[in-house]
Design a protein around this ligand. Structure first.
Ligand SMILES: Nc1ncnc2c1ncn2[C@@H]1O[C@H](COP(=O)(O)OP(=O)(O)OP(=O)(O)O)[C@@H](O)[C@H]1O
Ligand SMILES: [Mg+2]
Length: 264
């Protein structure tokens, strides 16, 4: 007898998710579906609504209307929100770190919040700092970190409790080539072992290498949600992405004054 095919389980779903700031709806009636065990790339131009969506999915921002399920629970219900927080890791766009803590102190604090056993916590911190190459300046406070170092520390904090689901808002932005290669491998392994990643990135090369599925948001509206293979069918990801945004190659901007000036 053949095994019954299990329907895929969703790690994240939204229905008519909307968030308005005054008259502007930054996220407008968005229906997302992210299957568990997938690497979902959430793409869109600047100001499209990506970070606003992530903030709502992770309980950092209240929606104006609509519903959300994360790992089968409702982040808008305070009694379920805490259970979701135990199982997710988040790198938000503003990288809210504790500025007057060192990396070890910061990660120790996060580990204690998640009730990690002392020895496990010590080992994980050592491994994460080594992997992120943050183990060379251990006495430095977060406030004196470079932009890329801050990103890596935020990512280390998100990984530390071994979550089921990661929300990463532009995790590779400003991160050097060596570190981003290692982080890519790490995230791929995480998904291969059943984890789910919801990531925003403007770097399409990274999206192509990592993501199994993509969603495209523009002007607050979800304009596409499909598998990466489907998205690339008959073209490049960049070409299809620009097409979905209604960008015409011939509309490339020109600044005549910039070109007309003869420089010595
Ligand atoms: N707190 C706020 N008050 C007013 N407007 C806001 C607020 N937060 C976001 N917005 C607006 O909502 C829209 C979407 O912003 P959001 O940060 O979600 O974009 P994004 O897709 O993450 O862009 P980027 O790629 O530049 O990070 C923008 O027009 C932004 O100005
Ligand atoms: Mg953003």
């Amino acid at each position: 007898m053949t095994e019954p095919i299990q329907p895929p389980t969703a790690a994240v779903t939204t229905e008519k998710l909307t968030r308005c700031f005054g008259a502007q709806c930054a996220v407008d009636n968005v229906d997302l579906r992210v299957e568990a065990g997938t690497f979902y790339g959430f793409l869109g131009p600047n100001g499209a609504g990506k970070s606003t969506t992530i903030k709502m999915l992770t309980g950092l921002l209240q929606p104006s209307s609509g519903s959300i399920r994360v790992l089968g629970k409702n982040p808008l219900d305070p009694s379920e929100a805490i259970e979701i927080k135990r199982q997710i890791g988040v790198v938000p766009d503003n990288l809210a770190l504790f500025e007057y803590l060192t990396a070890v102190d910061y990660l120790t604090f996060i580990g204690r919040v998640f009730h990690l056993e002392r020895q496990t916590l010590r080992e994980r911190i050592r491994e994460l700092l080594e992997l992120m190459q943050l183990d060379r300046e251990l006495s430095k406070l977060a406030k004196d970190y470079s932009h890329g170092m801050r990103k890596k520390l935020a990512l280390a904090a998100a990984l530390l409790p071994n979550p089921k689901l990661l929300f990463l808002d532009e995790p590779f932005e400003g991160v050097d080539v060596v570190a981003s290669t290692m982080i890519r491998g790490l995230l791929q392994g995480f998904v291969e072992r059943g984890g789910t990643v919801f990531l925003t990135s403007h770097i399409l090369e990274i999206v192509e290498r990592l993501c199994t599925h993509v969603g495209i948001i523009a002007g607050g509206k979800l304009v596409e949600q499909t598998s990466l293979a489907e998205m690339r069918a008959g073209g490049t990801l960049e070409g299809r992405f620009l097409e979905k945004l209604g960008f015409q190659p011939e509309s490339t901007a020109r600044l005549n004054w910039l070109e007309a000036t003869t420089r010595p």
